[in-house]
Design a protein around this ligand. Sequence first.
Ligand SMILES: C[S@@+](CC[C@H](N)C(=O)[O-])C[C@H]1O[C@@H](n2cnc3c(N)ncnc32)[C@H](O)[C@@H]1O
Length: 558
Amino acid sequence: MSSDEQDRRKTLTVKKTARDAHAAADDTQRKRSGARARTASLIERAKDQAQRLRGEPASDPATSRDTAVRGRGKPGSRTSDEFRSPRRESGKPDTLRRQRRESAPPGEARPQRRDSAAPGESQQKRHESAAPDKFHERRRQAPEPDAFVDHDDFPAETEWVPEPDVQRRAPRALREAEIFEVFAPCPQGLEEALTAEMQALGFTDAQAGRAGCHFSTDWPGVQRANLYSRLATRILVQVAHEEISHEDDILDLAYSVPWERWFGAEHTLRVDTSAIKSPVQSLHYCNLRAKDGICDRLRDREGERPSIDTVRPDARVHLFLTGHTATLYLDTSGESLFKRGWRLDKGEAPLRENLAAGMLALAGWDPAAALLDPFCGSGTILIEAAWIALGVPAGISRPLGFERLRGHDPHRWHDLKDDARARILPGLDAPLVGYDLDPQAIEFARNNAERAWLTPDTIRFEVGDAREVPAPAERGWIVTNPPYGERLPADETELWRAWSANLKRSFAGWQLHVISSDRDLPQRLRLKPLRRTPLHNGALDCRLFGFELVAAGYRDPV
Ligand SMILES: C[S@@+](CC[C@H](N)C(=O)[O-])C[C@H]1O[C@@H](n2cnc3c(N)ncnc32)[C@H](O)[C@@H]1O
């Protein structure tokens, strides 16, 4: 495919997504205006959880049942080394990186912004990727130039459209006292829940944005957000924000950032670009401009530029374009935060872990209460619930992007994690139970739970039919993600009818929360939802339907 064709293809994708994004924004606004009380209660619940993480457990560990996290001893004792990611245990890569860092020039220099083109190869590169037109010229050519988002660059991981802070914060040397503007993207629909989570974690100025949340914090705060947030997809530190009038301004903007504080030629780099309501024609070209600016600067400062690795980069930078502004973010998370480090077996259409955690937050699940997922698949919702109830930090068992950056202090980071580990509870008070019709899904779920360091009795996974499963407690929550689309059986109507009959028969007093892209699901279940929360499951525009199951009153069709 020629680059022109690529651009055309992208533009088409972009326009479609923009409309979706607008619709989602409307949805979000509607939800927000009608959900103040729920936000307050989300904050309260998130605060409870944060209290637990700070060592003020909501439940008395002494009354807990068996130790739930493998390798743990008595209550309050430190988690054994088993809980650590084996990759971090070797120490070898860290040692190598430290040696390299020592020989690297200090990252505190504040060079002047470059006015002229860099020599040699970079000039050639600029020539190769030179944009022939200014924005206004391209605008005339573009069929629908006013609003677009391109997700092509982040197909799997980026559902976010950050709203950059209007004030540009000039990057300074990395000091503890330095406060960074942060954007934490999340799946659409979780903005309020994420904001509540961030506030509960101590980021008191957290504010919901579009598909994410803004807050400000110092570098240790950035690390804490990465370690503890269950709902964020990434933690992005804003390093530059400026009005631009031409794609080539992106090169100057990228050149102006002291990237050498964080990475250099010894690192590999990936740059991603997304946009909304930006007049630029080619996001690919903008991405190249940002990459060139970063690499030119590092070559000018340090004699060498980082090489590009789109698969497993050491450093990631995100360029976000909106209107006539460009914002650059340093990604401090590395791989998306929903990857907790335990999933190997995926099963059919697994939920992302941060969406599962978000569903539990929106459902108002009380971690001391029973939880059932009758369509559990690979066990995501229940494993996430177990970690919430035990106070296992979401990022404890995976590498994080900032660990590879210059200036990282592994000792302080290990102290922070050791402290977090010491607060993990030894056991759960209430049953967590999952059923699936498919024996292989149950095997996957058990394997995943084991890799999440959970003892086999923490979550009971069994082969079973949702239409017949019994209630594991008198009261509790059902939070679930039933099959949809092609995964539905041919006798779909029968599935919903029979499941509904079982809910009415055996689950009076329970709360039911179901994520589905099928807006007619309540009618199919012949249940009246108390709430319908718009929520995106990847590209699927879903609703989280909330029902209260009571003994009477559910016989009538909606
Ligand atoms: C969308 S998947 C759930 C994915 C799960 N949330 C995860 O993260 O892995 C739906 C699951 O429902 C299961 N299923 C379909 N019909 C069922 C039934 N009647 N009873 C129990 N499970 C059923 C399928 O085997 C499938 O694993």
